[in-house]
Design a protein around this ligand. Structure first.
Ligand code: HEM
Length: 536
């Protein structure tokens, strides 16, 4: 196979020098010293105290004592797989990213699926959002598409993320409940922050109890930019479409499975790949001219909104295949570090204030989680593209820079003196920005309920019944009556009067009164605008 068209396992081959194959080998210390006895510590007499001199005992115990690292602050429970991505035909009209313009290129990927709220050992089939994070090891460096299985998010501005996550996670005084959407603090937050309404409807829907990671959609959620070699940009929404279709459990199954097999999704993914039933997903794009950012009656910078597929169809542009299980859970699935800021030339950000916050958060948390600044050198994170720079030192440095000069520019003839041609290197898209420094949400983010209603109405009757049953179950567990009442009277009634009335009855709060004026804002009435989609 040529270097240009490597097998699926290009990354896998790159990992080979790091693999330890202990089968049939003699036991050694970390220093390579053969060990002849590992069942008894070195003692002063058979019944005497253990001696400090016993370096094998000390090393063995020290390594055990330090096995744990912090779990991810969110998405702690996950399952990963290797695979590859291949684009169907060149997207050079829209982007210069090599992995999207060269149909002969198989780009290695590592994908990690996850739940969000639970700890590392929590059950798989809980009601929760699922993460769908993909690291593309492209010839131009790593591109991470760090998405979820739900196309919108709970909040519009990243500064609310710590508040939101604190409300979802177990409560601070007693760490109850583990991995559950049924508790006072979550619904308290929802009732006080109406921008959560749309995502909460998805969370209460069957989408939040997927049948399998193989049968789950993925979404980049934010609007990103694609930029072509001429510098022309389009806005883009990323989608993953599973070739097996999108399927869910029903709540009763999900609850039973949590007890019977907490590893249900992890096992399903592992077994499918072992059996050669490789999970496949098509990459879908919604492409939007930049000037259309406000055209659809909401703001494409607002992550609580979908761009309905009827308005801008999803075009399927390539395929992701997962064909290899990791060799070691910790070294690969646990140590992989995704970051929304990892983009390659041809892909750029937008001013979505949720995305902007994420650009800071991932690298920051990984400095703690992975013990210092050198985690990009860990085998699973290392690009297949060459890495040359003047970064220096730090805990856990692995590569050995050989040059005397570690600064730019230098006249010692060392270091990496060359800069990429601006047409090939990453250039941030020039965008005129002009405004007052201000802590305020744009008015174009104001409509919190129209799409929540749209989502509910788009469901089939059985799906609607599941959703109402989920609301009754989850809100019914909230202890404080005023929170239950506020959810019904401040949130649900704005989404659907019938739903609000049914939930009020089930959770023991007064029935809501019909709204006097329709809550559909002027903006959301524009949503019927059907502009022709861009085609590839
Ligand atoms: C994981 C922050 C919103 C998807 C994480 C982690 C942090 C974080 C700190 C742990 C990363 C690690 O330890 O390696 C944030 C912040 C957000 C935000 C501050 C909003 C401001 C989102 C959204 C999505 C998302 C909107 C989906 C589009 C994920 C996924 C992971 C993750 C999939 C797990 C990655 C993995 O498998 O390792 N997030 N997040 N997050 N986040 Fe977010």
């Amino acid at each position: 196979t040529s270097a240009k068209n490597p097998p699926t396992s290009l990354k896998s081959q790159a990992l080979e020098p790091y693999r330890m194959h202990p089968e049939g080998q003699t036991l050694t210390t970390d220093q390579g010293i053969p060990i002849s006895e590992t069942d008894n510590s070195l003692k002063a007499g058979v019944r005497g105290p253990t001696l400090l001199e016993d370096f094998h005992f000390r090393e063995k115990m020290m390594r055990f004592d330090h096995e744990r690292i912090p779990e991810r602050v969110v998405h702690a429970r996950g399952s990963g797989a290797h695979g590859y991505f291949q684009v169907y035909k060149s997207l050079e009209k829209y982007t210069q990213a090599r992995f999207l313009t060269d149909p002969s290129l198989r780009t290695p990927v590592f994908v990690r699926f996850s739940t969000v709220g639970g700890s590392r050992g929590s059950a798989d089939t809980v009601r929760d959002v699922r993460g769908f994070a993909t690291k593309f090891y492209t010839p131009e460096g790593n591109f991470d598409l760090v998405g979820n299985n739900i196309p919108v998010f709970f909040i519009q501005d990243g500064i609310k993320f710590p508040d939101f996550v604190h409300s979802v996670k177990p409560e601070p005084h007693n760490e109850i409940p583990q991995a559950s959407s049924a508790h006072d603090s979550l619904w308290d937050f929802v009732s006080l922050v109406p921008e959560t309404a749309h995502m909460v409807m998805w969370l209460m829907s069957d989408r939040a109890i997927p049948r399998s990671y193989r049968m789950m959609e993925g979404f980049g959620v934010h609007t990103f930019r694609l930029v072509n070699a001429e510098g022309k940009a389009h806005l883009v929404k990323f989608h993953w479409k599973p070739l097996l279709g999108t399927h869910s459990l029903v709540w009763d199954e999900a609850q039973k499975l949590s007890g019977i097999d907490p590893d249900f999704h992890r096992r399903d993914l592992w077994d499918a790949i072992e059996a050669g039933n490789f999970p496949e997903y098509e990459l879908g794009l919604q492409l939007i001219p930049e000037e259309d950012v406000l055209k659809y009656g909401f703001d494409l910078l607002d992550a609580t909104k979908v761009l309905p597929e009827e308005l801008v169809p999803v075009q399927r542009v390539g395929k992701l295949t997962l064909d290899r299980n990791p060799d070691n859970f910790f070294a690969e699935t646990e140590q992989v570090a995704f970051c929304v800021a990892n983009v390659v030339p041809g892909i750029d950000f937008t001013n979505d204030p949720l995305l902007q916050a994420r650009l800071f958060s991932y690298l920051d948390t990984q400095l703690t989680r992975l013990g210092g600044p050198n985690f990009a050198e860990l085998p699973i994170n290392k690009p297949v593209a060459p890495v040359h720079n003047h970064q220096q030192d730090g805990f856990g440095r692995q590569t050995i820079p050989t040059s005397r000069a570690n600064y730019h520019p230098n006249s010692l003839g060392g270091g990496c003196p060359f800069l990429a041609n601006p047409r090939q290197g990453f250039t941030h898209r020039q965008e005129r920005v002009d405004g007052h420094k201000i802590r305020q949400r744009s008015e174009s983010f104001n409509d919190h309920f129209s799409q929540a209603t749209l989502f509910y109405k788009s469901l089939t009757k059985p799906e609607q019944e599941h959703l109402v049953a989920a609301l009754e179950f989850e809100i019914g567990k909230v202890e404080r009556a005023e929170i239950r009442e506020r959810v019904v009277h401040q949130v649900l009634v704005n989404i659907d009067f019938d739903v609000a009335t049914r939930v009020a009855r089930a959770v023991g709060v007064p029935p809501p009164k019909p709204l006097k004026a329709p809550k559909v804002s002027k903006r959301s009435r524009n949503m019927v605008d059907t502009s022709p989609a861009l085609s590839i």
